[in-house]
Structures are given as C-alpha cells and as structure tokens.
Design a binder for this molecule. Structure first.
Ligand code: SF4
Ligand code: SF4
Length: 395
C-alpha cells in the first residue's frame, strides 16, 4: 500500500480508503460477519482510513463492531460525519457526536466532517447555532482530532466554504467524469493552495464507472490495456494527481476489495502515459453520449413518501441506453417489486419534489422520473404482474 502525507498534520493516509456506506447486506441489515472479514483484510493489507456517517444505516455500528473484533482501532483513522441539518439547537451537536462515539465504540474521531455543507448558507446556519465554538471545545477535549467538511455543491460555493473556516481537510466528489462538475478540478487546486488534503468520494460514481460503462467506453480503455479492470482506470486517474490524498471506495465484497488493492499498488502521481490519458478522453466522450441521468445511487433522496425507489429507477433507465433495453426493463420491474405487494417504480411519483432538496447531483428527480416512466412503460407488464399477484394472493 502506498501512503500520502496529510500536509496539515503529517498523518500518512493510505491512497485507498474504505467507504463504509456500502458494507455487505443480508436482507435489511448489514452482514456483520462479512463486514468483520472485509475490515480485517483491508487493515492487514494497509488501508488505514475508514469513512462512515451518522445517516448511513447501521454503518457506524458495524464499523465499530468490526474494529473491536480485530482489535485494530488505534491503527486506523475513523472518519464520520455530523448531520448538521438535523441539529436545531446547540446541544444537538453533542447529542449526535455522543451517539456516534457510542456506535463506533471509541472515545475520539480522527477525521470529523460536517456532512454535506453544500453552500455558504448551510455553513452560516450551523455557525449561528454555535458550531465553531463547539468544534473548538471538542478538539480541546480530544473527541475530535481533525475537522473538515464534505461537499456536493458548485465550484463557487466550494471556494466560499473553504474560506469561511479554518478547516483541516475536505472531502469532495471527483472522478474523470466530474472534472468540471461540483468542486471539480478547480476545487482541488483551491484546496491545495490552502494547504488542505483532499479526500475523494465517489471515485467510481456509485459503481457507474466500474460496472455500467457503455461498450464504446470500455473499448477505448481496452485498446490501451486489454486486461485492466474498469474500476482501476478510475482509481488510477485520481491517484495520478498529487493533490489527492486518498480515494474512498465503497467496497461491499472481497473481490472489489482485492481488485482495488491491486489497482492502487503502483498508482503514483504522474504515472499515466499520453496513450492512457487519450483513452480517458475517448471514454468520457462515449459515456456522455449515453448517460441520461447523472445519479450516483447515493440514496440521499430516500425515502420517498410514495415509496419510489429513485436510485433503482435511474440506474435501470441509464442501463436501458447503455447496456441494452431488454435486460434493463427486466431489472427495472424486478427491482421495483412488480411481483410483490409493495411496488416502487417511477409511476408512483406524485411530483412533490421533496427528494430534490437532498440530491447532491441537483437532479430534477420528478421530471426525470417522468421520462423513466415513459421509457420503461410496457403495455403488458403491469396487467400480467397484477394477474400473477392475484393468483399468488398478494394484492
Ligand atoms: S417527487 Fe416523486 S420521487 Fe421525489 S419524493 Fe416526491 S413522490 Fe417521491
Ligand atoms: S437521485 Fe440524487 S440523491 Fe438520489 S440517489 Fe441519485 S444522486 Fe443520490
């Protein structure tokens, strides 16, 4: 494993970090046994930064349990995030941090982020509640070691937030499709100028750059390296840039973990060749031709009061353009519960727009769902499924 130095405090951080939002699941719960194995294996192979959040269901608790099981808490850095948007009064900051410490079974958080500070107004609201004094107090008490923010807003907002407080680090969405989106390359440079380490989330755009690339994009990459996995292209692109301290990947299985560990082995700053850089340009052009909705599957828009499974609707809709209509439509109806009592396809959207306030990608979800509904509507699927549900007794 390679490590990069945090310019703020000289911590050595593994270039691959573990994003704990996608721990493996068993039914509705995190599969703790598998999570323990993954966490222990990751630490044995050099990963020393684990990122979770208050709002990732079960994730903090599962990470705390896995770290207790392997007894390596003090060998790694825990990052988690304060849901400032749930804090209405000063005491709520403490309330959430205390819950997090308990879930994580630790006395301190190494890297604490104010979650989704996407514009200056969000920061000013928290500042009015007294968050700056609270942060200083928790740092003095040793409960927080480094303070940062995670960000999904626009480039200008990013610079404003960067300059609004004396941050220790920042975390942004960044990948070869998002060079000019959100904080983007200009944000990376601004943070670097301020001496801040940049931790990157969504290097694979929620798996899109690994599993759901159009054929033309895959061809562009394969021409340069026939056997290089698609996820590796994403990680290498990031780590080619010296300003990036670490790339977080949400690994939900041992094969993902092993593949990513191998991918970053020799991904040093400036290692990409001219031919490889040309392959990225060709792949981006091919992807932009077919991606209809830039949904990363983060799930921040959920739950929908009408039960619509928004990320699944978008992922199947995108797949219907990039990987074949028939497979996508089968997945769409299968994954939105056509044969079960509770259905969650796009046709249930009432256009209330509640979800749109939480989408970091600023997707006009209700309008896009209308398009999903039109494209994925087939004359016979619903009546046949209704008939089957009647026969098997679920209506
Ligand atoms: S706009 Fe549609 S998808 Fe979004 S919360 Fe409302 S009903 Fe759900
Ligand atoms: S629609 Fe937005 S918030 Fe919802 S899963 Fe997609 S990117 Fe995330």
């Amino acid at each position: 494993m390679q490590y990069r130095e945090n310019p703020e405090n000289k911590d050595l951080i593994s270039v691959l970090a573990y994003g704990c939002m996608r721990f493996p699941r068993k039914g509705n719960r995190i599969d703790q046994e598998k999570t323990n194995e993954l966490v222990a294996y990751a630490i044995e192979h050099g990963i020393n930064y684990f990122d979770t959040a208050y709002i990732y269901p079960g994730s903090e608790e599962a990470l705390g349990t896995a770290l207790t099981a392997c007894g390596k808490r003090n060998e790694i850095k825990i990052a988690t995030k304060l849901p400032h948007y749930l804090c209405k009064v000063y005491d709520d900051f403490d309330k959430h941090l205390n819950i997090q410490l308990k879930r994580l079974k630790t006395d301190y958080i190494d890297y604490y982020l104010i979650h989704m500070i996407n514009n200056l107004e969000a920061w000013e609201r928290a500042a009015k509640l007294g968050i700056e004094g609270w942060i200083s107090e928790k740092i003095d008490e040793g409960k927080i070691k480094n303070i940062g923010f995670s960000f999904h807003g626009g480039a200008l907002d990013f610079t404003n937030i960067l300059n609004a407080y004396s941050w220790d680090f920042c975390m942004i969405q960044y990948n070869y499709l998002d060079v000019n989106n959100q904080a983007g390359r200009s944000g990376v440079e601004a943070a670097n100028k301020n001496g801040l380490p940049v931790f990157v989330m969504e290097p694979l755009r929620g798996g899109q750059l690994a599993n759901r690339l159009p054929e033309e994009a895959k061809r562009a990459f394969r021409q340069a390296h026939p056997d290089r996995p698609m996820a590796e292209w994403s990680l290498r692109w990031l780590l080619n840039q010296p300003e990036i301290t670490t790339a977080l990947s949400g690994m939900s299985g041992m094969s993902d973990l092993k593949e990513n560990l191998a991918a970053v082995e020799n991904a040093t700053p400036g290692h990409l060749t001219m031919d490889e850089l040309a392959a990225y340009r060709a792949a981006v052009a091919a992807i932009n031709k077919v991606i209809k909705v830039p949904c990363t599957g983060c799930g921040y828009c959920m739950p929908c009061p009408k039960g619509v499974n928004i990320p699944t609707c978008f992922s199947c809709y995108n797949d219907s353009y990039s990987s074949g209509f028939e497979t996508a439509i089968r997945q769409y109806y299968q994954n939105t519960g056509i044969a079960s009592a509770v259905q969650s396809d796009a046709s249930f959207c009432s256009k209330c727009k509640k979800c749109e306030q939480s989408c970091p990608q600023k997707i006009e979800i209700s309008n896009e769902l209308e398009k999903v509904k039109r494209r994925m509507k087939t004359a016979f699927v619903k009546p046949i499924a209704g008939f089957i549900r009647k026969i098997i007794g679920i209506v």
